[in-house]
Write a protein that binds this ligand. Sequence first.
Ligand SMILES: Cc1cc2nc3c(=O)[nH]c(=O)nc-3n(C[C@H](O)[C@H](O)[C@H](O)COP(=O)(O)OP(=O)(O)OC[C@H]3O[C@@H](n4cnc5c(N)ncnc54)[C@H](O)[C@@H]3O)c2cc1C
Ligand code: SF4
Ligand code: SF4
Ligand code: SF4
Length: 502
Amino acid sequence: MTKRPRFLIEVPEQGLCHGCGGCGGACPTDAITMRPTPQGTLAPDIELDKCTNCGLCFSVCPGHSFDVPYFHKKIYGGPPVHPEIGHYREIYAGYAADKDIQWAGQSGGVISALLIDLLERKEIDGAVVTRVPANAPTKAETFIARTREDILSCVGSKYGPVSAAEAIRLVRKEKGKFVFVGVSCQIHAFRKASEFSKTLAPKIYAFFGLHCKGIYSTHFFDFLLARYGLKTSDVKSFNLRSKEWRGWPADLRIETHDGRTIDLSGGLSRTGPRDYFAQMRCLTCTDKLNEFSDISFGDCRVPWVYDKQTLVQAEGGDNPGQSDIVARTERGSALIQSAIDRGLLVTKRMDWNDLVVSTKPSEKKLAISNLKILSPLLGFSIPDYGVTFQPKDAQDRRAFRLLHIPTLVSSAFFVIFWKVAKFGWVRAFYDKLPLRYIHLAGGLRRRLTNYRRANMTEIEAIYREAGEMKIIPGTCHPLAGKKKSRSEAEEKQKSCVAAFNE
Ligand SMILES: Cc1cc2nc3c(=O)[nH]c(=O)nc-3n(C[C@H](O)[C@H](O)[C@H](O)COP(=O)(O)OP(=O)(O)OC[C@H]3O[C@@H](n4cnc5c(N)ncnc54)[C@H](O)[C@@H]3O)c2cc1C
Ligand code: SF4
Ligand code: SF4
Ligand code: SF4
């Protein structure tokens, strides 16, 4: 049996924390600060003196559970139209008609083009986006962008840990309407927090969701800097996907203050060492396509969209890239249609099969069944999504079971590496390994865990009954609020929850 956390403090301990910052953003007494972990990710640090043990943080935490049937019912009125890609109304491939924005954007620049348009038409007061802070080229932070210049200053994907704690706090305090741009776990946190706050949900004009396979721990950046004998202070910019030296999907470029440029391509850059430096929780995350956003966006990997036979022919050179665009809600659909009608976006309609080819969502949905077997053996927990995924027909299920043994071995390797990554000597050992061996081992793991579309025809999703959203007091930390009498503690908890609702 897999363990289940009873307190917020146990969420990171059990490998369930994705550093989304939902707990920190919801805490009415600001008792939670998001801090770097020895594993190079982010996790909550609780100041027990400030904590009333009201339980809001644990209740909004999507790390241990996110009730997929509940949110499908709430947002879309029932189960999704497609088990792999969730609910959708239209699917497009597209790019910003403004070539500068298309080139600056990570895929087709569609998010930035839409945000600039919404701000300039005063449809929204701000957009919660993520930027690289000044003088910290390997870090990222959320902030509220209010102008075209703000939006253009934070285009592109940041692949390190980003907490949305500050974003949730800001939206709670600020007046107006906002678009929130985030990866799936951040949007899960916002959605859960909105269930307990009357004021948060009406301020969100739309959720723009990024498709997400996972983030890197900061050890990846340290690893690369060590390889090239650099300190963070030497680095002017650190871009995992720079279109400046290689067209879409672009590759890694480090620029130093003394004018050096280090370019790394293909398996030796961001894709190769991924398995050693990914966040543990990304392995058990099943929502690659950001199913609870109004519109979700990713890299379009469908060759015909680029008028090519294969994806390799489409990559690099003078290709600025295109985005997958999945309009999921009525608002999302209307926003995209209006942008197309006014010539802001250039699009082609795709069908669900094109999106599945482009994004391979079943990889993440099926991986969790292997990890369920490993979790009691290796001492980590599995999140509760209220849904089980399996290949749809019996032949595929047999093929999938045969893949179990090699995938179990490779997943075990990943989990063990995650566990030992907190030791400096392990990381020092990796820093010394030739990059090609790092890449070889990563490639082997990917081959072993290859639940590709070619192997599976369709995925079936079995949904549990939708649960109930409620705040459970006393679930932050076993010691929080212990010095108070019972009645005093209950009083404090009530006022804490009331403060969140203001
Ligand atoms: C960690 C991560 C993993 C991803 N993995 C995949 C994948 O596996 N497959 C795939 O198809 N697409 C993936 N994407 C999405 C893809 O990289 C593009 O972000 C997306 O296609 C939008 O492109 P665009 O040109 O429209 O966006 P842009 O116009 O470049 O705008 C991107 C917006 O996203 C915001 N942003 C950037 N990084 C973050 C972050 N970490 N958290 C919150 N907001 C952020 C920026 O502030 C900006 O507003 C990932 C993105 C991230 C951040
Ligand atoms: S229990 Fe309440 S007060 Fe304590 S950290 Fe969590 S949200 Fe904050
Ligand atoms: S809310 Fe997010 S950051 Fe906080 S414990 Fe849960 S998963 Fe981690
Ligand atoms: S893979 Fe999932 S858990 Fe990891 S960063 Fe992306 S959305 Fe969050």
